[in-house]
Structures are given as structure tokens and as C-alpha cells.
Design a protein around this ligand. Structure first.
Ligand code: PSV
Ligand code: MN
Length: 430
């Protein structure tokens, strides 16, 4: 029998914290009610919020230089589902996981779907991988995949995406996320126009294979591993491709995939307006695609992104239904702790953005009162909504203090006994 955190453990951990939480929740409730905000309405919003966890995020990541595996790491998708189950059990915000293929490959996907359900998990968008060569692979992606100059390599990459759609269908997913590493390191290495044309042609075949209710999420990234040009480097390229492909194609925003200081919230606003926002890969960054924990570096930026999202949700912007997913690499922390903390920070930004007095903000903007507009947004950002988040977790059967309870449970130590280390796990990023 593999070790699991029981409901009793959560209940007794919560029992010790309930009184203090009730006091903090009441105090915040009074403060918000003076501002004309119902804490019950905000708690209901927090309870309805969710964000998907990446299966590759529960393994310890690495840098270009090394990977330092942690104890009790997941060895395969079955262990990963177990860990993802714990993240949701304690936070009650992450009922879905986003799998990556071939990293999460198994023989029977119906059985995998049931196994996930036994951990109270479902599947979000499936991610294809044509940025690495696999052992049995015929043609190499060293010089590209969906945009490779060689048509055989492009076909192989297209076929992998078709296989991902078929796997995703069996898992109950309704979207395919495509990120390609294709690009060049040298001026002259590649024809910039032709590479984009080849991308569109490959994607057209993938698009044609999408089941009726499916979407394809096009993920852009400024650079890395290509350092001179990347085929889908920015939201402009992604948007052009999505427009040309059709309504099932949308643009996925990974927060780490922009130049430093880019106004990402404005990109989000543009994509919402064009009905082309697929969703997010949440993470935080300081310099590049750092894959740091959400909200750990620049929580204000995360909040400003949610300001646009909450605004679009409240005014029921046409077709607005973004998929929220995390995409992080955890090198120095226990990945379960990082993912719980990140999910809570993402939910925090959502609730904070929900506090903004939209009517007053519009009035300030329309009368060009810059300071008032700024103060209204800032007031929401500096409100400590922790009691709302904790109460939402408690009401859904989660932990008031997820990381504290996780540490106390001894889960990781138990797993390090149950999961003898294996060579070369499919944990993901190297
Ligand atoms: C690429 O950097 C990326 O953000 C894509 O989403 C990949 O699928 C993921 O990271 C994992 O390598
Ligand atoms: Mn990503």
C-alpha cells in the first residue's frame, strides 16, 4: 500500500488553525464590507477558481549545467499523478493535470484516465514534444521539427502531434498545446519567411485532425534554444498563425516567454479583444524563461494580468474561456511545495483583481484621473486576501496551511522509501 495523506490528518491539522482563521476572516470581512465588497462573494469566487498542474513540474528540474534530484521523486506518470493528487488534496485548486508526451507515455490511456480519477484528477491540455529526440525516433529534430527544411522530418513531427490528439481524446482532454523549439542560431542559417510558411502548413494538417470540440494552443517564446531567430517568437507570430488557421487555434501566453519588462497584460488584453486568448502557462521570471514559482518575483505583474482577465470575465468578453496552467521548473525546492505555493499565488492574484471597484475605475479612467485609477488598482493589490484563500480551502476540505500540513505529514520521506531512485526519470526539463 502506498502512503497517502488521510482526511483525518487534514481535519486535525485544520482544527488547530480554525479559531485564528475565523478571527482573521471576520476582520477582513468587516474591512471589505466598508468598501462595499461581500467576503462571501469573494470566497465563492476563490472556491470556483482552478489552475492545472504540469505533470513535468512534480519532478525536480535542472539547468543547462546540472540536475540535483530530490528524494522520493516521481519515476513515471503513475507517481506523478500521486503527487499531483496531493497538491489538489491540500489546496483544492488544481483538479486537472496537463500531461506531456512522450514523457507520460503508457500503453492504456483509458486506464490512465481512471487512475487519475482515483486521485480526483482530470486532464487539461496535452503537450506535444518535438523539441527533443527520442530513442526510437527515425529523424532528428536538431534542425527543427514542424518547420524543418526536410519534409520527412516535418511529417514525423506532425504525426507525433496527431498521436497526442488521439491520446488526449482518450484522456478526456480538449486541447493540444504546441510549442516548438524551431529557429536558428546564425543569420543565414534559415529562411525566416519560409520557416513560418512551413509552420503554417504543418499546423494546417494538425488543425484538420482536431476533434469537433477541440482547440490547438499555439505557444510562443522569444528565444531558447534558438538564439538568433525563433519561428514562433512572439504573440504577433502566434496571432498571425492562429488567424490563418481558424477559430480553433488560439494563442497561449507563457509568462516567461517575453523580453524583460514587456507589458504582458497588454498582450493579454489584445488577445482577449481578438478572441484569440487560449490560456496561460503561469510562472515567474527575472531575466528570461526562468520558470520560477508564480508570484515569487513580480506578484504585481501577475495581478495586472488577472486585472485584465477579471475585467474580461465580468464583462463577458466574447469567447472568453482561458485555460489556466502552470509551467515551472523547481530546482531548489520540493516541487510539491512549489506547485502548492504557486497555485495559491495565482488564485490570490485572481481574488485580489476581483476586489477592484470596476465602476469607480472606469469613472477615474474616463475623467483622466491617473492617480485615482492607480490607487483603485493598488488598493486591491495590497489587500491581504489570505484569509479568503484559506477559508476557501477549508470549505472544500483542503488544508488551511497546505505547506505546513504537507511537511508534517512526512509524505516526501515516505515516498523516498517507496520510490527507489531510477536512472533518467522522465521528469522533464534537464
Ligand atoms: C518551453 O520553454 C515550455 O514553456 C513549453 O511549454 C514546453 O512544453 C515546456 O516549457 C516544458 O519544457
Ligand atoms: Mn510553457
Amino acid at each position: 500500500m502506498s502512503f497517502a495523506i488521510t482526511e483525518d490528518v487534514i481535519e486535525s491539522g485544520n482544527a488547530r488553525l480554525e479559531q485564528a482563521l475565523a478571527e482573521d476572516f471576520d476582520a477582513l470581512g468587516r474591512q471589505l464590507s466598508r468598501r462595499g465588497i461581500s467576503i462571501e462573494a469573494m470566497t465563492a469566487r476563490a472556491m470556483a477558481f482552478s489552475v492545472a498542474v504540469p505533470t513535468w513540474g512534480v519532478g525536480t528540474g535542472g539547468t543547462r549545467f546540472a540536475r540535483f534530484p530530490g528524494p522520493g521523486e516521481p519515476r513515471h506518470i503513475h507517481d506523478k499523478l500521486e503527487d499531483c493528487g496531493v497538491i489538489n488534496q491540500l489546496t483544492r485548486i488544481t483538479p486537472n493535470v496537463s500531461p506531456h508526451f512522450p514523457w507520460d507515455k503508457v500503453n492504456d490511456y483509458n486506464a490512465l484516465r481512471q487512475e487519475a480519477a482515483s486521485h480526483a484528477l482530470g486532464f487539461d491540455a496535452v503537450n506535444s514534444n518535438t523539441f527533443q529526440d527520442q530513442k526510437s525516433q527515425r529523424l532528428s529534430y536538431k534542425f527543427g521539427s514542424l518547420t524543418h527544411a526536410d519534409s520527412g522530418t516535418r511529417t514525423q513531427a506532425v504525426e507525433h502531434n496527431l498521436e497526442c490528439i488521439e491520446i488526449g481524446r482518450q484522456l478526456g482532454s480538449t486541447a493540444l498545446t504546441v510549442w516548438i523549439a524551431d529557429g536558428s542560431n546564425f543569420p543565414g542559417q534559415s529562411n525566416l519567411g519560409a520557416a513560418f510558411d512551413r509552420y503554417i502548413n504543418s499546423l494546417k494538417t494538425i488543425y484538420a485532425a482536431l476533434p469537433k470540440d477541440w482547440s490547438v494552443f499555439l505557444e510562443h517564446k522569444l528565444y531558447e534554444p534558438a538564439f538568433y531567430s525563433t519561428v514562433i517568437s512572439d504573440w504577433g507570430s502566434s496571432f498571425m498563425a492562429a488567424l490563418e488557421l481558424g477559430p480553433k487555434a488560439r494563442c497561449l501566453v507563457d509568462l516567461g516567454h517575453h523580453a524583460p519588462n514587456t507589458n504582458i497584460e497588454q498582450i493579454v488584453a489584445r488577445l482577449i479583444r481578438a478572441d484569440k486568448l487560449a490560456g496561460f502557462h503561469f510562472n515567474d521570471s527575472k531575466y528570461g524563461d526562468d520558470d520560477l514559482d508564480s508570484g515569487s518575483i513580480d506578484p504585481f505583474r501577475l495581478f495586472l494580468v488577472f486585472n485584465e482577465l477579471v475585467d474580461a470575465g465580468l464583462r463577458q468578453a466574447h469567447g472568453f474561456a482561458p485555460a489556466y496552467m502552470i509551467d515551472q521548473s523547481h530546482n531548489v525546492t520540493d516541487p510539491i511545495e512549489s506547485l502548492m505555493s504557486s497555485a495559491v499565488e495565482i488564485q490570490r492574484a485572481f481574488v485580489q483583481a476581483s476586489l477592484i471597484d470596476r465602476e469607480a475605475l472606469t469613472a477615474a479612467q474616463e475623467s483622466s484621473d491617473a492617480m485615482l485609477g492607480h490607487r483603485l488598482v493598488k488598493q486591491a493589490f495590497v489587500t491581504d486576501v489570505s484569509p479568503i484563500l484559506a477559508e476557501a480551502r477549508r470549505r472544500k476540505g483542503g488544508a488551511i496551511d497546505p505547506i505546513g500540513l504537507y511537511r508534517e505529514s512526512g509524505y516526501r520521506a515516505q515516498k523516498s522509501r517507496e520510490r527507489p531512485a531510477v536512472e533518467g526519470t522522465s521528469a522533464g526539463i534537464v
